[in-house]
Design a protein around this ligand. Structure first.
Ligand SMILES: Cc1cc2nc3c(=O)[nH]c(=O)nc-3n(C[C@H](O)[C@H](O)[C@H](O)COP(=O)(O)OP(=O)(O)OC[C@H]3O[C@@H](n4cnc5c(N)ncnc54)[C@H](O)[C@@H]3O)c2cc1C
Length: 302
C-alpha cells in the first residue's frame, strides 16, 4: 500500500515518524518472502497514539513488524502498511534484578547483555531471532522456558483505550506461543525480573542450548522457525517426519531435511508456494493422525 494523501504524509512527518516508500518485505523477514508496502519507522513512543489515530481516521490498515523472524508475508503489492519501532540507545537498562528493555531490542543480545551482568533464566532464548517485542507478543520460548515467566510489567499502546499504558505481568496471560494482548496492542517496552546466576553458569546453559539447536535445526537456511505449533502431548515435527515428508517441496518452498517442522525457502520461494506447502502438509497430517496442526508462523496474507 502506498501512502499518497499529502495531508497524511505531512502529519506523519510532523509526528517525527520516518516513512520508507514501497519497501520489499522480503528484505525484512527471515524467510526472505514478502511483497511491497510503505514502512513507517517510529523513533519516539509518544508519537504512537497520534500516529494510530491518524491511521484510523484515514482508514489505513497496518501491521506491527518486529524482526520478521516468525512471519510469512504475502506476495505482490500488499494492502496494508507496516509499523516498526526504531531501536533506541541504550535499549537495555539494568537495576538490580530488573532489566528494562525496549521492545525494539534484539532478543539474543538482550540475553547476553543480561548474562554478562549475572542475570540468567533466559538461556533457552539464545538462538531465537527477532526483537524483544516480537518475543513478548509470541511468548517465545524453547527448551522448557518462555519469556512470559520473567515479565514484571509491559509498557504498551493499548488499542482498547488508545493510550500508552503499563500492565503488570500478572494481568497478562502467557501461554504456549500465545498471549492475552489484543491484536492491535503494540508492545513498547518490558521490565523483566531475572534470577541472579554467575556468568559462567549462564554461559554453560547457553552453550548447551546452542549445541541442541545446531544439531537439530537448519540454521544456515531461510526459515521462520517452526511452522506449526506442537499439538498437546505431541510433536508436529515428529508427525511430519514419520510421514516421510522431509524434502517435500512446492516450488522453492521445502520441508527441511534437518527438522521437519522447519520449512525453508530454498531459493526464490513465493508466499503462494509456502502456503501451498503448509496446506499440503497440514492435510496429510490430518488424514494420517486426525490432528489439525495450527500455525505457529504468523501469516500476513491479506
Ligand atoms: C531459526 C529460527 C529459530 C526459531 N526458534 C524459535 C524458538 O526456539 N522458540 C520460539 O518461540 N520462536 C522461535 N522462532 C520464531 C521467532 O524467532 C520468534 O517467534 C520471535 O520471538 C519473533 O520475534 P520478531 O521480532 O521477529 O517478530 P515478528 O516475526 O516481526 O512478528 C511476530 C508477531 O509479533 C508481532 N509483533 C512484533 N513486534 C511487535 C510489537 N512491538 N508490538 C506488537 N506486536 C508485535 C507481529 O505483528 C507478529 O504478529 C525461530 C525463528 C527462526 C527463524
Amino acid at each position: 500500500m502506498r501512502l499518497e494523501d499529502r495531508q497524511v504524509l505531512a502529519a506523519i512527518v510532523s509526528l517525527g515518524v520516518e516513512r520508507q516508500a514501497d519497501v520489499s518485505l522480503s528484505g525484512y523477514t527471515s524467510l526472505c518472502i514478502g511483497g511491497t508496502t510503505d514502512l513507517l519507522r517510529i523513533k519516539n513512543h509518544d508519537s504512537i497514539p497520534g500516529l494510530l489515530q491518524l491511521l484510523d481516521d484515514h482508514k489505513i490498515p497496518h501491521k506491527f513488524l518486529g524482526g520478521g523472524s516468525n512471519l510469512l508475508v504475502g506476495d505482490g503489492k500488499l494492502p496494508w502498511i507496516v509499523l516498526q519501532l526504531v531501536r533506541p540507545e541504550p535499549d537495555v537498562v539494568l537495576k538490580g534484578k530488573l532489566a528494562h528493555v525496549d521492545a525494539a531490542a534484539d532478543l539474543g543480545r538482550t540475553v547476553t547483555f543480561c548474562a554478562k551482568h549475572d542475570l540468567g533464566g533466559m538461556e533457552g532464548l539464545i538462538g531465537v531471532p527477532g526483537t524483544v517485542g516480537g518475543a513478548l507478543r509470541m511468548n517465545a520460548g524453547a527448551y522448557g522456558m518462555q519469556i512470559g515467566s520473567y515479565v514484571r510489567e509491559v509498557k504498551l499502546y493499548r488499542a482498547a483505550t488508545r493510550k500508552i499504558e503499563t500492565l503488570r505481568g500478572d494481568q497478562i496471560s502467557f501461554e504456549y506461543r500465545h498471549t492475552s494482548f489484543a491484536p492491535d496492542d503494540m508492545m513498547l517496552a518490558v521490565t523483566l525480573e531475572l534470577p541472579s546466576k554467575s556468568y559462567q553458569e549462564i554461559l554453560q546453559g547457553i552453550r548447551i542450548c546452542n549445541e541442541k539447536r545446531r544439531a537439530s535445526q537448519p540454521l544456515g537456511q531461510k526459515s521462520a522457525g517452526c511452522i506449526f505449533k506442537n499439538p498437546p502431548g505431541a510433536s508436529a515435527g515428529r508427525m511430519i517426519d514419520e510421514l516421510g515428508l522431509k524434502g517435500l517441496s512446492v516450488g522453492d518452498a521445502r520441508v527441511s531435511d534437518r527438522h521437519a517442522n522447519f520449512f525453508v525457502n530454498a531459493g526464490k520461494a513465493s508466499a503462494k508456494d509456502m502456503l501451498a506447502l503448509i496446506a499440503d502438509v497440514r492435510d496429510r497430517v490430518e488424514k494420517a493422525y486426525r490432528v489439525k496442526l495450527e500455525n505457529e508462523v504468523i501469516v500476513w496474507h491479506e
